[in-house]
Write a new protein. Structure first.
Lengths: 662, 519
């Protein structure tokens, strides 16, 4: 009997599936997402594999959608318990406003209203000394009160609990007797900074009931299909089990995009690339992340529901979550991004998008504003016939662009503008970390990524671009290649090695052995308020940590200081290697034709050229194609400028390198 | 073929990227976490082409600062070479206060001056008698901190070590000063190389033309908006508290065609107190107010600035002459200038202007000697209520007008300084009444754990933020010190005091004004 490994990525519009058979053969397909019952689409599409599914790997947007008030998910009634005098910390935030020149600005509304926030008498000092022990009687009374208020989930965040969690633990053990869902701040985000830790804990508490019931339901349905093992993609870039996902559901935020970067990291390893930039461009947004020496770069600075500015989240515009996230810069740039002219006559692209409905004007579905896809069509960069025989209307695209001026000039400048927007976002991700983007390989996917990838590379001074096979479902591919990964952390450790060992023992007992550990430390110079995360070798003493830290500090900031270092947080990832499904030729190349099926005029990399046209499915391994060329496939188009050569690699990837002027 | 929009966007990104680099490498939380810094690309004639500012007070002061600095350089006959870096903090040139250190790096392209990369960042301490160099008792600028006129920190790529040592050693926190200064220099060099790349890629001529169009574009955007406003003259007056006196800020604002003329004639003469706002700050507060009421995303460049014409009489509180002390000018006075200008604008276009917000940054400065014998200094600001809007309530616990800096987390402050917080909460009911309520202020209370010196520079302790259209005023601010023996001292809005271990400080910030009458 066949035994399939399935990966499922539920996105906003589509649910993507990849099904891998034991012999490595691969099938992939898409279905529309059902926002109200996302699991139903999963079950209906997998029922045909009943009895032969070995494992399901899952990325979901349920956590994000619940928080953003999308999809009619009502937030469960949640209470917050803090140190007395500090119940408003989540309302004040960092006291900044997200937009400085907006007199009508709004701060994100606290997820827990004042009447459900309670202060208790207790106090822990920064040293970890308990100045005022918590009173169990007070907590018991409060628990009764919360029950009478129909609270279902409770968040507890006490000052300095990262230094000594004993007061929080006492509260937790009492509350757990009454409530099924209790989130303690030192368990959710064991690090200093009360607003961020409390916010993370509150979000966790709010998500717990939603995520638990969703995963319970899906898990039961999968069990009915005979599938016993079921794992979720975390935003830190590893798979976690259902228990961990329910305990710390905050790690499901950005689960899908994380899978994309993991796909890039793992695919890069397979083809021997150390440093890559993951670039995912779809209909409305483009996301960029980095992989350095095979390791996905993560950040713990994240705000869910935040607005972004030049690819970075505006501080104070959303709810902070302190958890390792795959570090992504996001810009409003996609095929559906609208091109317009403002009142003062400047040509603009975005941030609005025509999305997929009505979509670009050339779709002929009633779109009334020209988009990037219209520009790409008019410039000959994409063909007028898509997969499935869907025809794009060049006349409509031209009419739309003509509203803004000479249609060709408008199209050229619009493509330039969106390329700058995206390339600068990529630059910020690398520059912030002190790297030169020129030393990276760009791996582009998503429906629109391959259209712009090589031009972005030129803009950034990169000389190599990879377009993986089936770029439209590449995110789901990431889950198939991911390992299990569990995280734990501790702050202001008194003895590094014993802290690391304690965290490792705790994690080992969770996963039951068979794992290895990766140690990290968030380090700063004493007095700095911002830490750098560095990887810590085993048996490292403080001197070694200092050397590693200084190396990174020099890389990122360009200098070091002669002063003491301070280890703020130590962090351990426990990695359990998964036996990965054997992937055969992911991408079925049936043909042996190397010749182009035609050519057309196209505006590529700043000039009009006559580009040869190819069908990607026809190209056998080892084929080399000289630019200017356009390589078409189901749901994506790759553009190869003059002076670049695309070679079909052994895994079906297009490996595009600069060869200099023709 | 390349459109000016492409050059424009690329230049804006360079300024942003400089900001990212500066923030990432700075030492002090002021810059790193509170983002009290700004970066800009300036053309050869001193016009701002692209600016990334994270704090409104740097908005217009940058323009004044750059113009003054380039004039100074010309007047003094200083010649600039490739590899030079100029630093300065003289507020009468740089345009804010001593803490804001400006770094200007000329951009040479093929041997010729093509522009400047400029940034400004708030340094935690630049000398003087008080921690944080903001001295509420200063009677002249010489009692605030060390004054650095434009000097070359690098000359043709060579570091002037003596200049560096002199500057750094005047700070009570020399290590942080050095770190921040390094970050500023690095941010500029990155800006310089990015602008050169732009020249390489598109050609010098094309880029300069693009900058021109970008400035023209901003000018056009502002003109279109302003010409749709009701033309005419609108007046307002607001007050700053100094001892038992009130200092007047008088605004006569004229919307005329595509520009705005703001005249401060009749405002109080400069005072022997750090409440004088140098002209750069006054221009900044005007730019902030106009820009906020315009709304939308107007590029911050010369095109925008040129629509605003400000007249502030010399020797007044809004354009003092040396040696008037100025440290609080861009803290408290700037808030009040914005309040007054917004009040005048509310008369012109009532539906676009909310009631007054807290109107004080509630500056808290502390310092002392720690157990290891070294000096520590701590500076922070506390938000208040924002004013109610014509269409809704104000926001509680937030910074308004000219500042937008982050708070210092309690867990970080307690770990770093000998203080213990007992409260940090919304000051319920402090917002002004009305059809829409003003936002509430904040209560922040802490106990001194060792002997320390505390200074407060605040305002709105006597006159609360005003409501609009019949709305009530927001509650006034206050600072109370509860001594160990239980006695309570009610403090004025500006003071310095020594605290003993166990003394409790309770700070309450003002609420915002209400909008519309309740009936």
């Amino acid at each position: 009997m066949a035994s399939y490994v399935v990966s499922v990525d539920i996105g906003g519009t589509f649910t993507d599936f990849i099904v891998v058979d034991e012999d490595g053969s691969v099938a992939y397909f898409k279905d529309l997402t059902d926002p109200e019952k996302p699991d139903r689409v999963v079950v209906s599409n997998l029922s045909r594999y009943k009895g032969s599914i070995k494992e399901v790997l899952h990325a979901t947007t349920i956590a994000t959608n619940a928080l953003l008030g999308q999809e009619k998910l009502e937030l469960p009634r949640t209470a917050l318990i803090t140190t007395k005098g500090f119940t408003d910390v989540i309302e004040i935030g960092r006291q900044n406003r997200p937009r400085i020149y907006d007199l009508f600005f709004k701060k994100p509304k606290p997820l827990i209203p004042r009447e459900l926030r309670f202060g208790v008498s207790e106090r822990t000092m920064p040293s970890g000394d308990v100045a005022t022990p918590i009173d169990p009687g007070e907590i018991m009374d409060l628990a009764d009160r919360l029950r009478s208020l129909d609270v279902v989930s409770v968040a507890v965040s006490l000052l300095h609990s990262y230094a000594n969690p004993s007061n929080e633990r006492t509260a937790g053990s009492i509350l757990s007797k009454v409530f099924r869902y209790v989130s303690l701040s030192h368990e959710v985000a064991n690090e200093p900074r009360e607003y961020e830790r409390t916010s993370t804990t509150v979000i966790n508490a709010v998500l717990m009931p939603i995520v638990s019931s969703y995963l319970d339901r899906l898990g039961r349905s999968l069990k009915d299909l005979g599938c016993g093992s079921f794992y979720i993609m975390s935003s830190a870039g590893g798979l976690v089990d259902v228990d961990e996902a329910c305990r710390r559901p905050i790690q499901l935020i950005e689960s899908g995009p994380a899978a994309g970067v993991i796909a890039v990291a793992e695919f890069s390893k397979l083809i021997g690339v150390a440093n890559s930039i993951s670039f995912d461009m779809g209909g409305t947004t483009a996301k960029a992340g980095t992989v350095i020496d095979g390791v996905v770069e993560v950040t713990s600075e994240y705000e869910v529901g935040g607005e972004s500015h030049h690819g970075r989240i505006v501080k104070g515009s959303g709810y902070p979550v302190r958890f390792p996230f795959v570090d992504l810069a996001e810009v409003s740039a996609g095929g559906g991004t609208v091109i317009w002219r403002d009142d003062a006559g400047a040509l603009r692209v975005g941030p609005f998008s025509a999305g997929s409905d009505p979509g670009p004007m050339c779709y002929g579905r009633g779109g009334a504003r020209p988009t990037i896809t219209d520009a790409n069509l008019l410039l000959g960069r994409i063909g007028s016939r898509l997969a499935g025989g869907f025809k794009l209307d060049r006349g409509l695209a031209e009419r739309g662009l003509s509203m803004l001026g000479d249609p060709v000039d408008v199209a050229i400048n619009a493509v330039d503008l969106i390329n700058i927007e995206m390339s600068r976002a990529i630059r910020l991700v690398t520059v912030e970390r002190g790297y030169d983007p020129g030393n990276f390989v760009l791996v582009a996917y998503g429906g629109a990524g391959p259209q712009h990838a090589v031009e972005l590379a030129i803009e950034l001074g990169l000389s190599r671009v990879i377009i993986p096979p089936a770029p439209g479902v590449f995110t789901s591919y990431g889950m198939l290649l991911a390992d299990w990964r569990f995280e734990a952390r501790e702050s202001f450790s008194k003895d590094l090695d014993s802290s690391f060992r304690r965290l490792e023992e705790m994690l080992a007992s969770r996963v039951g052995g068979g794992c290895y550990f990766i140690r990290y430390a968030d380090v700063r110079y004493a007095g700095q308020g911002w830490e750098l995360t560095v990887s810590v070798p085993r048996d490292a003493d403080l001197d070694l940590v200092r050397r590693v830290f200084e190396e990174k500090h020099r890389a990122v900031y360009g200098f070091t200081f002669d002063s003491d270092i301070e280890v703020v947080t130590v962090r351990v990832y426990c990695v359990v290697s998964r036996v990965k499904p054997r992937l055969g030729v992911f991408y079925q190349s049936s043909g042996s034709s190397v010749s182009s099926y035609g050519s057309r005029e196209a505006f590529i990399a700043g000039e009009w050229v006559r580009a040869r046209l190819y069908r990607r499915d026809d190209l056998p391994t080892g084929t080399s194609i000289q630019g200017p060329a356009i390589i078409e496939e189901y749901s994506s188009t790759t553009i190869v400028p003059e002076g670049w050569v695309a070679r079909v690699g052994g895994l079906g990837e297009l490996d595009i390198v600069e060869v200099g002027g023709a | 073929m390349v459109g000016w929009e492409v050059i424009h966007k690329a230049s804006v990104f360079i300024a942003e990227e400089m900001g990212v680099a500066l923030k990432r490498s700075a030492f002090s939380p002021n810059i790193r976490e509170r983002m009290d810094h700004s970066c800009a690309i300036v053309d050869r004639s001193g016009r701002i082409v692209a600016q990334a500012e994270h704090i409104p007070v740097h908005l217009g002061s940058f323009r004044v600062g750059v113009e003054n600095t380039l004039k100074w350089i010309e007047r003094e006959g200083v010649e600039l070479f490739e590899g030079d870096v100029i630093i300065l903090n003289d507020p009468y040139i740089a345009g804010t206060h001593l803490n804001d250190v400006m770094v200007l790096t000329p951009i040479f392209y093929r041997g010729k001056l093509a522009g400047y990369a400029v940034n400004k960042a708030h340094h935690v301490d630049v000398g003087g008698p008080q921690p944080g160099s903001i001295n509420p008792s200063a009677r002249s600028i010489y009692e605030e901190g060390v004054i650095v006129p434009p000097v070359k920190l690098y000359s043709r790529g060579e570091l002037a070590r003596d200049v560096l040592r002199f500057f750094v050693e005047n700070s009570k926190t020399p290590r942080i000063t050095l770190g921040d200064l390094n970050a500023q220099i690095a941010a500029n060099s990155m800006g310089v190389s990015r602008v050169r790349e732009l020249f390489d890629r598109y050609g010098l001529k094309k880029v300069l033309e693009g900058w021109e169009s970008s400035i023209e574009y901003a000018r056009r955007s502002v003109a279109m908006e302003l010409s749709s406003w009701p033309q005419g003259v609108y007046e307002a007056v607001d007050y700053l508290e100094w001892g038992d006196d009130l200092l007047d800020i008088r605004v006569r604002l004229e919307i005329r065609g595509s520009g705005i003329h703001i005249d401060f004639t009749g405002s109080s003469p400069q005072v022997e107190a750090p409440l004088n706002a140098v002209f750069g700050v006054t221009f900044s507060a005007c730019s902030f107010s106009v820009r906020s009421v315009i709304g939308g995303d107007i590029p911050t460049n010369e095109g925008f600035y040129s629509a605003i014409d400000v007249h502030a009489p010399q020797g007044s509180i809004v354009n003092p002459v040396k040696p008037a002390p100025v440290s609080g000018g861009n803290l408290e006075t700037s808030q009040r200038i914005a309040d007054a200008v917004l009040l005048a604008l509310a008369k012109a276009i009532p539906h676009r202007v909310p009631a007054q917000g807290s109107g004080t940054m509630m500056n808290v400065m502390m310092g002392g000697i720690d157990s290891q014998g070294s000096y520590w200094a701590y500076y922070e600001t506390i938000g208040g209520g924002s004013g109610a809007r014509p269409n809704g309530d104000g926001v509680s616990g937030v910074h308004v007008n000219m500042t937008n800096t982050l708070n210092t987390p309690i867990e970080i402050a307690e770990r770093s300084y000998p203080i213990l917080f007992s409260e940090y909460r919304i000051r319920y009911g402090s917002g002004g009444s009305g059809r829409f309520r003003g936002g509430d202020g904040i209560v922040r209370s802490f106990k001194a754990l060792s002997r320390l010196r505390l200074s407060i520079l605040a305002d709105r302790f006597r006159i609360g933020p005003r409501g609009l259209a019949g709305g009530g005023s927001g509650a006034t601010g206050s600072v109370t010190i509860v001594k160990r023996d239980g006695s309570r001292i009610s403090m004025p809005s500006k003071f310095t005091i020594d605290l003993d271990p166990g003394d409790l400080v309770v700070i309450e910030t003002p609420g915002g004004g209400g909008y519309g009458s309740t009936s």
